[in-house]
Design a protein around this ligand. Sequence first.
Ligand code: GLA
Ligand code: ZN
Length: 677
Amino acid sequence: MLSDKLPKIWYGGDYNPEQWDDPRIWDEDIRMFKLAGIDVATLNVFSWAMIQPDETTYNFEFLDATINRLYENGIHTCLATSTGAHPAWMAKKYPDILRVDYHGRKRKFGGRHNSCPNSPTYRRFAPLLAEKLAERYRDHPAIVAWHVSNEYGGYCYCERCEAAFREWLKKRYGTLENLNKAWNTRFWGHTFYDWDEIVAPNELSEEWNGNRTNFQGISIDYRRFQSDSLLECFKLEYDAIKKHTPHIPVTTNLMGTYPELDYFKWAKHMDVVSWDNYPAIDTPVSFTAMTHDLMRGLKSGQPFMLMEQTPSQQNWQPYNSLKRPGVMRLWSWQAVARGADTVMFFQLRRSVGACEKFHGAVIEHVGHEHTRVFREVAELGRELKMLGDRILDARVEAKVAIVYDWENRWAVSLSSGPSIALDYLKEVHNYYDALYRRNIQVDMIGVDEPLDRYDIVIAPVLYMVKTGYAAKLEAFVARGGTFVTTFFSGIVDERDIVRTGGYPGELRRLLGIWAEEIDALPPDRKNRIVMTKPYGELEGEYECSLLYDLIHPEGAETIAVYGDDFYAGMPVVTVNRFGAGRAWYVASSPDGEFLERFLGTLCAEKKIRPLVKAAPEGVECSRRVKDGRGFLFLLNHNAEAKEVELHEGRYTDLLTGEAAEGRTVVPGRGVRLLEEA
Ligand code: GLA
Ligand code: ZN
């Protein structure tokens, strides 16, 4: 459990009372928080300049008063350290804290999330502030969690980072000889004879457009290094806090599938994962579901915190659509259904100035509670209160895992060829979506996760196969597991150096195939997957697109062949028996119908049961388990009511108290939370 001080799903969000110099407003806030059932406020996210007006002065009085006022009214504090934006005076006095951007320009003061992660100034003052906060509030009963900095991200290309990069490289490669090999620097005559010759890869050197590079090895390493540098900043604050409050969980708010940081690595150093969920109106709900599952996967299934979501709309998207009536509640329950133990908003009161004044808030500019948004927030507050600790800390159990790896994503996105349309995340989502439609519970896992608890492991576009991973997959399949991978897999090692001797490199033995060539066609060109004979639910033909591996079976059985082009008749889907299990290769990117039937068949073979007997399109299912008792969530993303056919057994709806059995109706944009008898 996150904290025994607040044994329920936490409800609240970012609260910035410092933006209003008016005690009447602060009192009004409290009154309205109570009306809304809010019991936790995230404080102090951007108050560094207020707390520390100069190098030696620290003022905590305002924070003291806020924490106390909230606590006296039953509201706990998730305490941020404020280090997501440095003060202006600090930037002026110590310009090393300012980043150099991708174009090589030294930044001036401005914005946020703007500190150089290798700046000695930042590394001195940020943990110092965290430590002072921890010292001050160590025994305050209000504090339920620590929120370090805010949405770490962005890279720096300054000379200090460059120097630190060289040190990082020395640790990784030991010698320049190893480094030159790893980066294949004889290409274009780039051999380095001195560490100091190495520079940061950006627009001034090897990269352009943010993800085009001459040297994938250098660019991937710089991403690893910057992710590590920011992580070190987090760890400095983490350690400073832990000295004083070892039992209070420390987190930092992540951003889902944010590309720049290797969150699997980060999560190892966080007590609990938290993240900010901001889908656009056209984000597929299954993409949000996948992201929640990924956030849960970062710490091997441990419940996570939904740290931020908007109650109504954002301000930073091109079109900041309102969440339709009911949708805020629905998406909040979606987070809980997938493992969140908190529901929190950005922001509790809407700013009056600067760029977030049009960002939704629990308390809108009108200032009273008679708004649609407030009513919906208060309604959800009541439900969460009623639920108490019933499902707190409940786990999600999945037999199917999808592998997701940030380093692989970097490598794929930095690859020059075979296709600019290749989007790792999209391919991963295609597989996820097919399982989602079939109501199969999925875990999103990293490459360090043990595989023995799964029956099926799917690794779409596993381009980078790190040392040891092929052996791990072989062991999984040999023991009886089903493995699925796709085109453009097994190509390189962790240095982005091709494993020669035929694609898919180290996976060749497991898959029993050899890929001779890879064709790439524009997205509007397609080929056909033609079944050689029906297989489970699969029969006839399907479409495929994007990339087309030209493969030769070496022991694998051909299940389907290409229908067109000069490789018509060559295998496109194969399966190889390996020990007690089977390994599948899908040589192109199939349409959704193929994937649904294909994965549905594999699940049936493994006797993996969908979460319900039948659910119409747009009804999402997820299940959490606590002390052996299951809680089934039915989330209807349609505007109209839909009927779901449950598995045998009796259920009680924890939100309405009604019994359910057999066929049950989920209202339009509604939620059923069914406890199994
Ligand atoms: C992020 C930040 C918040 C706020 C919101 C607005 O998640 O963490 O401070 O800017 O975006 O959507
Ligand atoms: Zn820097």
